[in-house]
Design a protein around this ligand. Structure first.
Ligand code: SAH
Length: 280
């Protein structure tokens, strides 16, 4: 099936702007999936882009907000193939900007939270290209709110740590630093590392009965929320294999969800319609 949005088409166009016209890059956060959670600024820059460079976590209903004649360049994974290399993506942005294009680099969540936005910005700086960052709602913030888990709550949690599950394998000394009372932990990309996370935190002294939630496909109509305890993390992750993207939220704040759900109304992709009944 030909899919105009999810084909890899990284080659730069042959035509360029009149000489002397300067390109510009917006590094834009697309938020956690629901197009209604884009910033107004993200929508504005999308509508004025010459080219949009985007990856896997950006959904079709967001891409459709760009003008039909905007060049859409997919740089994410496809059919088991890896994404384009980071250097190649940065080079592509530089290339488009040097042709005088208005470029939107669109990323899921926020560009500067586990999104390599910093690396791309450094490449732009290196090539003296003007740019701006448009923040987006990062997955931790979006998923927690939409799953009714306050990441901080008076007398329950005073801090929250966002951490990637990808660096926590092996006997890293970092575990102890993550274990303190009154702290909420949010693991991005953690489901495949559930085993290491469970063992690491428990051996550093975190109780096996610490409340945990996994939020899959957060802020979409397919949102799934599963709650359990830390000592069931590995087994739950195995049962949820394939749930993607997914976030792990850990800490006593997870327990508030049950009570908060009582009169809550789900905020899903509602557009102009009233929000649908929750799929809790
Ligand atoms: N820049 C992004 C994060 C990119 S890393 C941001 O700020 O949100 C990708 C990881 O983010 C996924 O593996 C998953 O852990 C998390 N994630 C992103 N979108 C998500 C969503 N809608 N629901 C649950 N987790 C999500």
């Amino acid at each position: 099936v030909h899919d105009r949005f999810y084909q890899n088409s990284p080659s730069a166009p042959k035509t360029s702007q009149p000489a002397g016209q300067k390109g510009f890059v917006f590094l834009v956060g697309a938020g956690p999936s629901d197009p209604d959670l884009l910033t107004v600024k993200a929508v504005k820059v999308l509508q004025h882009a010459d080219v949009v460079v985007y990856d896997r976590l950006v959904g079709r209903d967001i891409l459709e907000l760009a003008n039909p004649d905007t060049q859409m360049v997919y740089v994410g994974k496809r059919c088991g193939q890896p994404s384009m290399k980071q250097e190649a993506i940065s080079a592509l942005l530089v290339d488009f900007a040097q042709q005088g294009k208005q470029v939107v680099r669109l990323k899921g969540g926020d560009p500067f939270i586990f999104g390599r936005g910093g690396e791309e910005a450094l490449a732009l700086v290196k090539h003296n290209i003007a740019y701006q960052v448009v923040p987006g709602i990062t997955a931790a913030i979006g998923c927690a709110s939409s799953a009714l888990i306050p990441l901080t709550h008076r007398e329950v949690s005073r801090s929250v740590t966002l951490i990637t599950g990808q660096v926590v394998t092996g006997a890293l000394p970092a575990w102890a630093g993550l274990v303190s009372s009154g702290q909420t932990l949010v693991f991005y990309m953690g489901l495949e590392k559930a085993d290491a996370i469970e063992q690491g935190l428990m051996s550093a002294g975190l109780s096996g009965s610490t409340p945990v939630a996994v939020v899959g496909q957060g802020c979409s109509e397919q949102q799934t929320v599963v709650t359990f305890e830390l000592n069931q993390l590995t087994q739950t992750a195995n049962a949820l294999k394939g749930l993607s993207p997914a976030l792990i939220i850990m800490g006593d704040v997870v327990k508030l969800r049950e009570q908060l759900m009582q009169t809550a109304h789900a905020v899903t992709q509602s557009h102009s319609q009233p929000a649908r009944a929750p799929a809790y």
